[in-house]
Design a binder for this molecule. Structure first.
Ligand SMILES: [Zn+2]
Length: 264
């Protein structure tokens, strides 16, 4: 299989799952064409680690934020800390942030307050958002549509990460200025019902991601996911969209570079 160039727009490289072989894992990513990786914070310590990893490796960029499942007990001091972290070198996005009503790990009012803080931060910095939405589509759509109505529509407001839903919902996000993030889960048997929707999402609004160490490709179920597997997701998407993997690679890589201003 020829090697194309890719960006992994969503990973958690700081997690302990990578402690034993982080350098070899990055080497494998590089060998498979995944030359740029965004590592995403889920709380203050992991956001700091994302910045440290980005500082140590030219291929890595950082996103800083507080995940909706991690916001229980969040304090004003945490938000102040986040405001400082967002100004650090190689921070290209705010997140991951959003709403997660699956099992309600954190109280909904805390999730909402935390999410609004991230939107304010995006207003202040102009950085794109990495949005996590699980079983909270109605609220996320409403909040983002109100928020994006205030600022002129630009195709760079952020990404709806790990998207599963209808083409209609995807187009609503796209019209607000968001991109759609797709990962290896699109190849799971349980995702088959979404294939018509994935096929209908315009390629110029899609970015690829792993969410590693989570959600490995179908052929690696039960194992750790890692950025080197991005080409498998590109091949799956190419099949769903009846395109060449080269087309999926070049479009999604250009989209990621544009959205996260990776060429600056
Ligand atoms: Zn994630």
């Amino acid at each position: 299989m020829p090697i194309y160039e890719y960006v992994d727009t969503h990973s958690h490289l700081d997690m302990p799952e990578f402690d034993a072989d982080r350098q070899e894992m990055l080497k494998r990513a590089f060998e498979n064409g995944v030359k740029t990786i965004i590592t995403t914070g889920i709380d203050i310590p992991s956001s700091q680690k994302a910045i440290d990893l980005a500082a140590a490796n030219p291929a890595i960029y950082a996103a800083v934020g507080i995940h909706p499942q991690e916001c229980t007990g969040v304090t004003e001091a945490d938000f102040e800390r986040l405001e400082l972290l967002v100004k650090c070198e190689k921070v290209v996005a705010i997140g991951e942030c959003g709403l997660d009503y699956y099992r309600d790990y954190s109280p909904r009012h805390t999730q909402l307050e935390t999410f609004y803080h991230h939107l304010d931060l995006a207003d202040q910095t102009g950085l794109p958002l990495i949005i996590h939405c699980r079983q909270a589509e109605e609220d996320v759509l409403k909040i983002l549509s109100d928020w994006s109505a205030q600022s002129p529509a630009s195709a760079g407001k952020g990404v709806i990460h790990c998207f599963s839903g209808s083409a209609e919902t995807a187009l609503k996000y796209i019209n607000m200025g968001f991109y759609i993030g797709l990962g290896a889960y699109i190849g799971y048997p349980s995702s088959r019902k979404y294939h018509p929707a994935f096929a209908a999402i315009p390629l110029e609004h899609i970015v690829l991601e792993t969410d590693c160490p989570f959600l490995p490709p179908q052929t690696h179920r039960g194992e750790r996911n890692e950025p080197a597997y991005i080409p498998l997701t590109a091949a799956t998407l190419a099949e769903i969209k009846n395109l060449g993997t080269n087309e999926v690679a070049s479009a999604t890589t250009a989209n990621a570079r544009r959205l996260f201003h990776l060429d600056k």
